[in-house]
Design a protein around this ligand. Sequence first.
Ligand SMILES: Cc1cc2nc3c(=O)[nH]c(=O)nc-3n(C[C@H](O)[C@H](O)[C@H](O)COP(=O)(O)OP(=O)(O)OC[C@H]3O[C@@H](n4cnc5c(N)ncnc54)[C@H](O)[C@@H]3O)c2cc1C
Length: 488
Amino acid sequence: MQRQPQLQQLSTNPNFDVAIIGGGATGLGVAVEAALKGYRVVLLEAQDFAKGTSSRSTKLLHGGVRYLTQGNISLIYQALHERGVLLGNAPHLAHPLSFIVPTYSWWDTTLYTLGLKIYDALAGASSLGPTHHLNSKQIQSRYTHLRARGLKGGVQYWDAQFDDARLAISLARTAHSLGAYVVNYCPVQSFNHQDGCVKGLNFQDALTQSNCTINATCVINATGVWVDDIRNMSPPNHSSLVTASQGVHVVVDRSFWPYDAALLIPKTSDGRVLFIVPWMGQVILGTTDTLQSQHLLEPQPTLEDIQFILQQVVPYLNKAPALQDIKSLWAGLRPLVQANSHPKSGATSQISREHFIGIDSSKLVTITGGKWTTYRVMAEDVLDRCTHEGLLPKPPQHKSTKDLHLIEGPSSEAPTVNRVRYAVHNEMAQSVEDVLARRSRVLFFNAGLAIELAPQVAQIMAEEGIANPRLEEFVAMAQKYTAGYLAG
Ligand SMILES: Cc1cc2nc3c(=O)[nH]c(=O)nc-3n(C[C@H](O)[C@H](O)[C@H](O)COP(=O)(O)OP(=O)(O)OC[C@H]3O[C@@H](n4cnc5c(N)ncnc54)[C@H](O)[C@@H]3O)c2cc1C
């Protein structure tokens, strides 16, 4: 998957059935789905694939235990089914993960055991293993880092874990292998209309500043928290559809929770759930939920967010991490669709399960919301909607992504030099950040190590033909993933 040859071909043959704006989970999922169905597809990403929310998740493939309390059974059922589909199609990037819920009263033990047995039953044939009650002796002997005081027992259940940014790269490569054009660093800047309908778009190659135009039968806006910026290009003055909620994670040494199972803290002081999850030899703690009026590309965790997370784990761990133990920290923005904005937007809209699909009067299609776990059904839904509304002809091929194996990348054990070369030549990495944040995940599990590795990565990239791998820019950005930055 190379960038320049695709851009050259795009300029000589710019006619497409489907043009997708945004290369996160949602847009990449649509690109795979549409290419497999035989449409001529192009996807344009303003930054790097998964630079937005899709590299900043908790990395769980899950039905969402919290939806149990809301009684949202169909949503859980669908997500648990999709969890199974992805484990089958991307076994190189996803695996089952056991979770422990500690309980401190007989009532909680009964409630969580029953609830999580229902959760497992909803998975049906995609169940990853039975839910078990653990008595206090069992939980204390297996999880000695868990605070024993007041512990009455626990519940063990199964969900799954995946590598979000690497899954995005795998989807990009899969879409490309099916004939789609998939290009990063190409922000869409404006639309072209025919009879009041969006029939094409203009974008810039951000690396050369050259401009390009594409004609498309159907344009799909899959830009996460930025969907309103795109909607306002055609025609302007839409009311806003999406607000953003920021979720923060911190990463600490594995020694604070040295187990293969994750821990679910069922109720934080603000009434949410919080996870302690083993990942890449470290442990992720998160997350938070704070409304944001700004939709920054690099949303910044505040000291308050971090202290909140650290405080929440104190009652559960014998030795809790402190600020100086943090190896990396990051924030992501959840696109939340405002329930009351649909009628005012002038869109024909439909809230489908957790995600939203809307079609503006100019026939611009917007899809947002949902979660990583359900990206594949979101893609199916939006294409079905486009054909149903006459925005696309019936699919040339009736194939399903349910059993489409996604392309594998290099082994995580590959030496650094080979890994960087592979990222440049096969995964469209254009900068040190692309390599250290999303082709390998070093920035996300150890920001200090990423800063150390950066000059070597820049040198290899330069040898492989990347004229400006933007080393200084990366180092300045990576500092913000360290606790030192927070401490000021
Ligand atoms: C803290 C947190 C934890 C989460 N944890 C989980 C989890 O454990 N499991 C799970 O299933 N889900 C999880 N989610 C949800 C999941 O991460 C999101 O639903 C998903 O990543 C959203 O993907 P997206 O493609 O819609 O948006 P994004 O990933 O933000 O992609 C949108 C893309 O559009 C691009 N773009 C913007 N403007 C333009 C333009 N003009 N031209 C071209 N491109 C443009 C952006 O650069 C961006 O890359 C979590 C979310 C958050 C915030």
